[in-house]
Design a protein around this ligand. Structure first.
Ligand SMILES: [Zn+2]
Length: 143
């Protein structure tokens, strides 16, 4: 009986670990939309930083997803504050399309488990979060 209980607990904690990010701070989302708009027609890329399952901060990166930003992301993967963690990448598209491209999918599989793509016109209806495989996921916008 004891063993059974422990097993159950382990399974549920594993599941939790798999998808620990469930929300995004409203102000952070607005900042992402604003910076995406300002960066247009260039792509904007930033790391997503979460605290207790909610994306609270972004860290702007130079370059493009296929370029030098990969190395920079690696150094950003271990922030000094252990309560904060980089969970993935946000980037903008210079079009209305906010589906991941082939290159995006390749990139997603290599960094983190929560990614956001923003498309034109960069408002609350023109973004989507994805998991590492490019499947759409729901992020709750938190006040
Ligand atoms: Zn893309």
């Amino acid at each position: 009986m004891k063993f059974f209980k422990r097993d159950k607990k382990e399974i549920s904690s594993k599941r939790e670990k798999k998808r620990k990010v469930w929300g995004i701070n409203k102000e952070t989302l607005y900042l992402i939309l604003e910076v995406s708009k300002e960066s247009y027609p260039k792509e904007f890329i930033a790391t997503l930083i979460a605290k207790k399952g909610v994306i609270e901060e972004i860290n702007l990166l130079p370059g493009t997803l296929s370029g030098d930003s990969m190395a920079i992301i690696r150094t950003h993967m271990q922030p000094p504050d252990i309560t904060l963690s980089v969970v993935g990448i946000v980037h903008s598209h210079p079009s209305k399309e906010f589906q991941p491209s082939g290159a995006d999918l390749h990139f997603f599989s290599r960094f983190g488990n929560t990614h956001i793509i923003v498309g034109k016109p960069y408002n609350v209806d023109s973004w989507q979060a994805y998991d590492a495989f490019g499947n759409p996921i729901e992020l709750k916008v938190v006040d």
